[in-house]
Design a protein around this ligand. Structure first.
Ligand code: SF4
Length: 107
């Protein structure tokens, strides 16, 4: 299956931990989308996937400047108290493109 890769600049890397992630202060998805396309993936039913015209598993957005944005946000969040992060609630953190991207350096 061909996967489309697009670089996007995120406004934030950290999201507030809500719903089933309420035990964490934040969640962090290093990518949007996923190249693995698992048939059982619950993300297929979530807005991030249903509002797209392309099928889940055929696109991945690389988050441009992710490390610098995260560093700033973490500093701010830690100043307010302890930070606990749930990693990759809607993607797999080990995307094949990471081999080349090295935390989005491809963008
Ligand atoms: S997010 Fe996880 S379960 Fe969903 S397609 Fe990617 S690897 Fe599979």
């Amino acid at each position: 299956m061909t996967v489309e890769y697009v670089c996007k600049t995120p406004k934030t890397m950290l999201n507030k931990g809500t719903g089933f992630l309420a035990g964490y202060t934040h969640s962090l998805n290093p990518y949007t989308g996923c190249a693995f396309a698992c048939s059982y993936c619950y993300v297929r039913q979530m807005p991030v996937a249903t509002f797209r015209t392309s099928e889940w598993g055929t696109w991945v957005n690389l988050k441009e400047n992710a490390a610098a944005i995260l560093q700033k946000e973490l500093r701010r969040a830690k100043a307010k108290g302890p930070v606990t992060i749930f990693m990759s609630s809607s993607t797999d953190p080990y995307q094949p493109v990471e081999y080349k991207a090295e935390l989005q350096n491809l963008c």
